[in-house]
Each structure stands twice: as structure tokens, then as C-alpha cells.
Design a protein around this ligand. Structure first.
Ligand code: TA6
Length: 296
């Protein structure tokens, strides 16, 4: 179902039989809502978010490409999160077809302006699927279409903003003993020592070569998000805490308590695509009652 969202921006609504739903804005190719069968919102979107292009929308699942953060010459997090995507009516077959699933295929069409910013031709296709149990899946396929023989490197992230009840009661599991670059300490390298990540101040880290499964336990709501990722070796964990929250115009001063970004990413070792080559990066998120996960 295609309709108008905030500020008249076009969106696609995906629905599943039990009542789960997801909303995808063509602006940014960005998932802006994901609800379970009780119609509870699972993603965080700031109450101060501006839905005004060319600014990126604060919340949901922005896509960072072709550059994560400020690790290169482009604007931070690249530019596809503030471009208008199109519905791809004729997608090439995906390896996994999606019977009984609600999905939408998007494609990013390059403008001459974009080419000036990043001088490469490519096809970026994005499939967003809502599975029968309400699982959310994002698959990106990027193909180098350069005709001048040039390869290109890129970094990438699904910058997912999760909604949590109380950040100080949240644990992230699956990153124990993993090395990370600390963005708050000049990207110095450390090794995670705790048996889970907990939050009591600003945190902004790039965990390197992580396991494919990461869990976010929301103790208050007895709910666990389980992330599974493929083609995306790293994972970024971010909460701005109070000081940085105040510094962001499109973010409420207290909202850091109700959000957490855990981002399936490829940051440390950029992907390099030769002409004609394609890369795929996949994120799958499910929600389970916390008791199911304990001890795993
Ligand atoms: O992914 C973490 C991060 O790169 C942080 O360093 C942080 O500032 C953030 O993303 C938000 O970036 P943005 O450009 O959306 O304000």
C-alpha cells in the first residue's frame, strides 16, 4: 500500500496477517515504523525529527552509504539517506524469493549531481520484507556499473534506532571479547571486557568482525531484539546520552533514555567492488519475549 506520510512524503506500508506492520519512506529508502501484532512501535523516531529534505530523518533505519560517519571525504554517513528512492517494479530475482511475505523493492537512481559528489555509476537495490512472524529483513544489493573500468570502495551501515523502555536497563549481548574502535577516544582500539554492554553514559563504538547474531535485551519490557546480519562484519553501538542529545536540534533532550542504535555495518575494511561486481548486505531483526533468550 502506497500513501502519503508526514509532510506529504511518500511511504509504502507493509502488513502481515497477525497485524504486524512496517512503513518505508521513499525519502532515504528508510524504514520509519515497525510494529508488532499489538501495534507497539519497535523503532525509535525522535519527536523532534524533521521530515524535511534534504535533511536526514532522525530515527527508523537510515542507510549509511557510500561512507559511514566522517571516515572519508563525503558528508557524514554518505548521501543515500537523503535521496529520494523509487519503487523498483522490475527487480532481478533475489536468491531467496519471498512467498507469503510482504515486501517492497526500492532502487536508487543516480542524478548528475550525485555523480559529481561521488564519481561512480552503480545500482543500489533495496528489498524490505516483513516476514510472516513479523520479522523485518533488509537486503541491499549494490552493483558497480562503472564503464571506465574503475573499482570503488565503500563503507556501509543500517543505522537502526531501536525503541527501548529505559536505556539504563538495557543489555547488548553477543559482543563480549570483541575488539572495538572507540569513537569517543579518537577511534583507539580496545577489547570488550564485560559479559554484556550496559549503558550509563555516552557510548559510540565500532565493534569489529562480530558474530552474526547480536541481542538487545529490554529488561523493563521483557523483550529482546535479535539481529542477524550477513555481509556486514562490524556492529556500531551508539547512545548519545544527555549532553550530545541536547546538542542535536532534531532530538529531544531526554529521548536518549528511550533509544539505542545497534547498526549492522561494514566500516573497518571497506568493500571494494570491481565493475560488474555485486555486493549484498543483509539485516534481519526479530523480537522475542526475553525469557526465550536467557542463557543463550
Ligand atoms: O553511528 C554512530 C554515529 O556515527 C555517531 O557518531 C553519531 O554522531 C551518529 O551516528 C548520528 O549521526 P548523524 O549524522 O545522524 O547525526
Amino acid at each position: 500500500e502506497r500513501c502519503k506520510g508526514v509532510n506529504g512524503l511518500e511511504k509504502v506500508v507493509l502488513r502481515e496477517v497477525r497485524g504486524c506492520s512496517a512503513e518505508v519512506y521513499l525519502y532515504g529508502g528508510q524504514v520509519m515504523s515497525w510494529k508488532n501484532e499489538h501495534e507497539e512501535e519497535l523503532l525509535f523516531v525522535s519527536s523532534k525529527a524533521t521530515f524535511k529534505p534534504p535533511k536526514a530523518i532522525r530515527g527508523g533505519i537510515p542507510i549509511c552509504f557510500p561512507q559511514f560517519s566522517n571516515l572519508g571525504p563525503l558528508e557524514p554517513h554518505g548521501f543515500v539517506r537523503n535521496r529520494f528512492w523509487s519503487i523498483d517494479d522490475d527487480p532481478p530475482p533475489f536468491a531467496t524469493t519471498s512467498p507469503n511475505k510482504a515486501f517492497v523493492d526500492l532502487i536508487l537512481k543516480l542524478s548528475d549531481e550525485d555523480f559529481k559528489i561521488w564519481p561512480h555509476r552503480y545500482e543500489f537495490r533495496l528489498r524490505i520484507t516483513l516476514g510472516p512472524g513479523g520479522d523485518l529483513m533488509l537486503t541491499s544489493r549494490i552493483r558497480n556499473m562503472n564503464t571506465d573500468g574503475k573499482s570503488f570502495p565503500f563503507t556501509f551501515a543500517y543505522h537502526t534506532y531501536f525503541s527501548v523502555t529505559d536505556i539504563s536497563e538495557v543489555r547488548v549481548e553477543g559482543l563480549e571479547t570483541i575488539d572495538y574502535l572507540d569513537n569517543l577516544k579518537n577511534r583507539e582500539r580496545f577489547t570488550e571486557q564485560g559479559d554484556a554492554i550496559t549503558f550509563e553514559s555516552e557510548l559510540d563504538r565500532i565493534y569489529l568482525s562480530t558474530p552474526t547474531k547480536i541481542a538487545i535485551l529490554d529488561h523493563e519490557r521483557k523483550r529482546t531484539f535479535v539481529l542477524r546480519k550477513d555481509g556486514l562484519p562490524d556492529a556500531v553501538v551508539w547512545n548519545p546520552w544527555d549532553r550530545k542529545a541536547k546538542a542535536m536540534a532534531d532530538f529531544g533532550d531526554e529521548e536518549y533514555k528511550q533509544m539505542l542504535c545497534v547498526e549492522a555495518a561494514c566500516v573497518e575494511k571497506p568493500i571494494t567492488l570491481k565493475p560488474g561486481e555485486e555486493w549484498r548486505g543483509r539485516l534481519e531483526i526479530s523480537v522475542v519475549p526475553s525469557s526465550y533468550c536467557s542463557g543463550q
